[in-house]
Design a protein around this ligand. Structure first.
Ligand SMILES: C[S@@+](CC[C@H](N)C(=O)[O-])C[C@H]1O[C@@H](n2cnc3c(N)ncnc32)[C@H](O)[C@@H]1O
Length: 268
């Protein structure tokens, strides 16, 4: 007896494709993503402003903004779940769905992890394509020779909760320092000060109040430039408003000369 596989073309199989947008709006979309995006039947995103819409229109993609689901004051986890569910629903109808999201989509992106789990649960094919992340721009903007310095990276809320064993000689990078222990969507500028206070206490306990930090906000468009500021742990709360969007670096045994873009080891 022979078996025959029957294809039901009418029952088209949906799929989910996640694309990293890079850090500078559309100018860092890779050629790979640019090519594949054009094969999507719908491209979902959360972007504000016209750049993403203009780009998607220029490559003739049907865009779907889910920005309304990321509403001020909503618990972030709920928003992430709703965004992932909206994309899954479209894929379950048989559509080839793209999701275009900031930076590298697998770095600090709960929606993408939720999507991966939902896709696996529903048997929907799932693909992810990398993009330039804030880790890449940090290495580039600071000219950080990580092969020599080493590097320790944490998301700031995880860091204050985990209080990991830190090698104080090695640079420490803390992402999302502005929203430590803040769990609602925030469009307001500045930082969540109770969280900055917690971060300041933990850093003071580990390093002391006179420890220096570097704060980097990499360029976010081609006509923007990187912004770097410095301070000590004792000044973290007072300078909290600068933390917004930035990444905090404790340089460890290294000093950084911003004019020469050189990290050098502190003479012991
Ligand atoms: C939700 S995460 C997004 C990470 C993103 N997926 C990536 O690949 O970089 C946001 C955090 O990334 C870092 N970040 C995002 N944009 C940045 C920028 N322009 N300069 C420095 N750090 C940035 C900050 O630590 C910020 O709190």
């Amino acid at each position: 007896m022979s078996t025959r596989r029957v294809r039901f073309d009418a029952q088209k199989e949906g799929s989910i494709h996640v694309f990293g947008l890079g850090m500078r709006l559309v100018t860092q979309i890779t050629l790979e993503s640019n090519y594949l995006l054009q094969q999507m039947e719908r491209v979902f995103h959360l972007a504000d402003g016209p750049q993403i819409s203009d780009y998607l229109a220029s490559v003739e993609c049907v865009e779907v903004s889910l920005r309304h689901l990321y509403a001020e004051g909503k618990p972030r986890e709920q928003a992430y779940q709703e965004i992932a569910s909206a994309i899954l629903e479209a894929a379950l109808t048989g559509a080839k769905c793209g999701y275009l999201t900031q930076g590298n989509p697998v770095f600090l992106n709960t929606v993408v992890f939720n999507l991966r789990d939902l896709a696996a649960h529903h048997g929907i094919p799932f693909f992810v394509y990398p993009g330039v992340s804030s880790i890449d721009t940090l290495l580039t903007d600071l000219f950080l020779p990580i092969e020599a310095t080493g590097l320790q990276l944490f998301e700031a809320t995880h860091f204050v909760r985990m209080r990991p064993q830190i090698d104080k000689r090695v640079p420490l990078v803390l992402f999302q320092p502005a929203i430590v222990e803040a769990f609602d969507v925030r469009y307001t500028t500045g930082a969540y000060t109770p969280g900055v206070g917690i971060l300041q206490d933990v850093l003071a306990e580990m390093y002391g109040f006179s420890q220096e930090w570097i704060l980097l906000r990499s360029a976010m468009s081609t006509d923007d430039s990187a912004m770097v500021s410095t301070g000590t742990v004792s000044e973290l709360l007072e300078k909290a408003r600068h933390l917004e969007l930035g990444t905090l670096i404790i340089p460890g045994d290294w000093t950084w000369d911003p004019t020469q873009l050189v990290f050098s080891r502190i003479a012991l």
